[in-house]
Design a protein around this ligand. Structure first.
Ligand code: GLC
Length: 490
């Protein structure tokens, strides 16, 4: 009898264990609703692209990478691939990587001052260099002069100062250790254009990202087992309060491989949310494309985050001075929030750990704006109307922004809307003496306030819409935000 009981208990245990292991993506994803909601409410974060490539600032042997390969403004993180630098030569960079100016507390203080609620740092970018002292690779901070664990320093400063933390991890592309990054398993090499991989949806693509100039001698599977999976595990164990796993670029992964990366995160910390760039539509949230403001309807019902460069490169590029101005950044934050998304803006620190001064200056300016108008952004959702005015500004990606610039000609009749409970926020970038907000025509309004202004406003509801007399803009702030309390919530 005792024996039967024991067998039943044993069988039950096996069932429990295997049901945990056999959880479907839907089951795992469905437990993350709270984490996604919290992320959605954060709205604005900082992305950090930093690594040994930062030492070169987009140069290689005295030449700009844009002069080595064209077209596109080349991302400085991609120098190794663009210049086809042999692995052993590139590895030497780590011996010079000694970021004496990196101070995690100062970084996090700046994040807070900018009004950002979270940060994601490149723990390992496509070059394969780990920004911490990894147990499974010597291509890491442990091999640099200082041996500092930069990711951990940032994590700890975030914990102290109350900022949400996540890591970027390039899981498919690793030019140092992932052989050819799996491309040959999926593609048939025919010159520059490769036929579409069998189980990868999408168009024909260039072998962009694959290491075809000096692949590591091991197989891709060995890379997964000996480096990628163990490193993901190390990161999750090192940072128990991590919020995001920002996988990037899964063009040459099979569905099983993507699933394994998703599952690994879930097993170690079920609260961590994962980017769709894990591959095969297995993310918890979507990235519409770099520097792209999407149509929310195209986001497959998932929450989304636009990621944006400060200039036109993710990594530090010493000659790219096309920094987004505070005005343009407020446009990005506002336009994205009005469509319900998050905005994660990038900085590319220099090799010594200092942040380009244009980024610091503009982040501080944004912080001033957010401290007055943040109520119209944080925790908000899309209203029934996102935008009033003619939308001539299109943001279609990094290349598009780099070549077209920011061309907008907004007027005092342009508004973006967000909502929270029974409040609707109308945000404008241009300020006149009066405002007429047509989208409020027919709404029953209880109260109208100008954010950052304590005195009563003069306003009236007319057949054309809400008409407001705007007080003088004493601080010459960019634009303004109006808080409209409706009689009933929507
Ligand atoms: C792309 C680039 C990568 C960059 C990322 C940021 O995947 O390959 O360099 O880190 O976009 O979103």
């Amino acid at each position: 009898m005792k024996c039967i009981k024991r067998e039943i208990i044993f069988l039950l245990l096996i069932c429990i264990v295997s049901s945990v292991q056999a959880q479907t993506w839907e089951q795992m994803n469905s437990t993350k609703k709270e984490a996604i909601k919290h992320f959605n409410e954060d709205k604005f974060g900082l992305f950090i692209h930093w690594g040994i490539y930062s030492l070169w600032g987009g140069m290689y042997k005295g030449q700009k990478i844009d002069d080595i390969v064209s077209p596109e403004p080349n991302d400085a993180c991609w120098v190794q691939a663009r210049a086809r630098i042999p692995r052993v030569e590139y590895q030497q960079l780590m011996k010079q990587f000694d970021p004496v100016k990196f101070n995690a507390n100062e970084y996090v203080a700046l994040i807070k001052e900018a009004g950002m609620k979270y940060v994601v740092i490149t723990s390992k970018h496509h070059d394969g260099f780990a920004l911490w002292d990894s147990k499974v690779s010597d291509f890491d901070m442990g091999s640099t002069p200082s041996k500092r664990n930069l990711v951990k320093e940032l994590y700890e400063a975030c914990q102290r100062q109350g900022v949400d933390f996540g890591v970027y991890y390039s899981h498919n592309i690793d030019w140092n250790d992932a052989h050819d990054c799996n491309i040959k398993t999926y593609c048939d090499v025919t010159g520059e254009v490769w036929p579409e991989p069998a189980d990868f949806k999408g168009k024909k693509r260039r072998p962009m990202g694959a290491n075809l100039w000096d692949p590591s001698p091991n197989t891709f599977d060995e890379y997964l087992v000996n480096k990628a999976y163990p490193q993901v595990k190390e990161l999750l164990e090192m940072f128990p309060n991590m919020k995001f796993m920002w996988y990037d670029f899964a063009h040459f992964l099979s569905k099983d491989q993507s699933f394994k990366f998703y599952q690994l995160v879930y097993k170690l910390n079920p609260n961590v949310i994962v980017t769709d760039r894990v591959g095969h539509d297995l993310g918890d949230f979507n990235i519409p494309g770099d520097n792209k403001i999407p149509n929310p309807e195209d986001m497959g019902g998932k929450h989304w985050e636009t990621v944006g460069t400060f200039n036109n490169s993710w990594g530090y590029k010493e000659y790219d001075k096309d920094f987004k101005s505070p005005y343009e950044l407020i446009y990005w934050i506002t336009a994205i929030a009005s469509r319900g998304g998050n905005y994660m803006l990038n900085i590319g620190p220099k090799g010594d750990g200092s942040i380009p001064e244009e980024s610091v200056k503009n982040l501080k300016e944004i912080g001033k704006w957010m401290s007055v108008n943040g109520k119209a952004i944080y925790g908000t959702k899309q209203w029934k109307v996102s935008r009033e005015g003619e939308d001539t500004q299109k943001m279609l990606g990094t290349g598009h922004r780099a070549t077209h610039g920011f061309t907008s000609n907004f007027t005092t009749s342009d508004f973006w809307f967000t909502t929270k409970g029974n409040k609707v926020y109308a945000i404008a970038l241009e300020r006149g003496k009066e405002a007429l907000i047509k989208s409020f025509a027919g709404e029953e309004i209880k109260e109208v306030k100008l954010l950052g202004h304590s005195k009563k406003l003069k306003w009236k509801q007319t057949a054309e819409g809400l008409s407001i007399v705007l007080p003088k803009n004493k601080d010459s702030q960019i634009g303004y935000a109006i808080e409209v309390t409706l009689v009933s919530s929507l």
